[in-house]
Design a protein around this ligand. Sequence first.
Ligand SMILES: Cc1cc2nc3c(=O)[nH]c(=O)nc-3n(C[C@H](O)[C@H](O)[C@H](O)COP(=O)(O)OP(=O)(O)OC[C@H]3O[C@@H](n4cnc5c(N)ncnc54)[C@H](O)[C@@H]3O)c2cc1C
Length: 437
Amino acid sequence: MEARSLLIVGGGITGLTAALRLSADRNFSVTLVESSDHLGGLAAGFPLCGTSLERTYHHLFLTDTAILDLVTELGLKEKLIWCDSSMGIFRNGKIHPFRTPQDLLRFPPCSLAGRLRTGLAALYLKYQKNWRGLTRQTAHAWMTRACGTSAMESIWTPLLKGKFDRHFDRVSMAWLWARIHIRANSRSGGGGEKLGYFRGGFNVVTAAVEKQLRENGVAIRTGAVVEQFSATERTVVVNGQSVPFDFCVFTGPSPAFARLLPAQESLKPYAVKLQSIDYLGAVCLVFTSDQSLGDIYWVNVNEPGAPFLVFIQHTNLVDKSCYGGKHVYYVGAYLPPDGERYTLSDEALTKLWFGYLPKLFPGFDAARVEEKHIFRFRAAQHIVDTDYEKKIPEYRTPLPGVFLANFSQIFPEDRGTNFAVREGIKIAGLILGDLRR
Ligand SMILES: Cc1cc2nc3c(=O)[nH]c(=O)nc-3n(C[C@H](O)[C@H](O)[C@H](O)COP(=O)(O)OP(=O)(O)OC[C@H]3O[C@@H](n4cnc5c(N)ncnc54)[C@H](O)[C@@H]3O)c2cc1C
């Protein structure tokens, strides 16, 4: 049989995994196109301190079995390290440790009743396996009922607002169930939470997949933007040129796919469904310094009016010797991509965020910051509201031979590299099945 041409759009983890699986099958001649100048998508790295670091903070959980299997298959297991995690919450002008049940019981910003109710709710969600009944309830309403006002004010509402901005009270409880359930089960027998990271960053995975793809004969084109699908034939315009395909997998955001559809009346309801999924952007400021800012890895910033959601000292997870002895930090926020805060200039953003950091760390010295990088992603988090199950797009699209596989299809789990691998494998299986039929 003559090899079928397969076009993968997107060089993130979903597209890379799908390309890996399908290029291993001799029946396909695979091309992967990526609009940016690098592979890895939201998990892409950049050079820092002689190694590679993700543009947005990344780690793995013990429960991330799909990516862990891939890592083993790629022979990268020895690059993976499991580190003790530590977490805190900044509230009422202070960072409070928030790692263990004892930390919760001692958390001063919340009333005693709120602390006890939060502990019970977390325990319930850890052991509750049936999330379906939670889908149509909002996390905000469910948690308010379970934990009370004090816990909402000091813990849950700021977290939901930080992650979902103005959509915070539309988010499904099934999503929060998955967050708590997975995290609570990502603990090594009896010990604290362990988080996975790669020596050399997540780039070691991307680079190993890229190497394998090239060995499998995949043509990889970066700087290649898919602009428009044809209404009449299996072709797509890439950088102004028509590219034919037998099969195509689009892995970018759902509304972006809607914009590439041909203008046909019959496709309008499908496009409207794709566009009904709202996305937030993410902004991450990464900096290095010779200054240590405490010993906590991950600090949720729950103070009203704070300009960012999270402060991460990456080198409290991974030893600073991996970064030439420098401390590596992330400051991050999820923001509406067309809003004023997302579009602030780098200078204004740095001024605002560095101006706030002394509230968390009174000794923070901006003059000791060495490298500083700001990264923006327009479609970083989709809004999983209580109607979300109805919005999830099918893998098969109305265009013949064209499939959609992206993180908006992941529910109730939060999107993550593990699920990107899972989706990439799933879509490859679907296409192989079609070919065999
Ligand atoms: C702030 C933040 C923190 C995160 N933390 C973690 C974490 O700790 N652990 C974890 O596992 N995951 C984490 N994630 C999630 C993880 O990064 C994503 O789930 C995963 O990388 C998604 O991969 P993907 O391939 O589905 O999508 P993407 O990475 O978005 O890849 C899609 C690719 O398609 C390309 N593309 C889009 N449109 C076109 C077009 N028209 N033409 C050509 N190319 C196109 C894009 O440029 C992009 O490279 C985090 C994400 C963010 C934003």
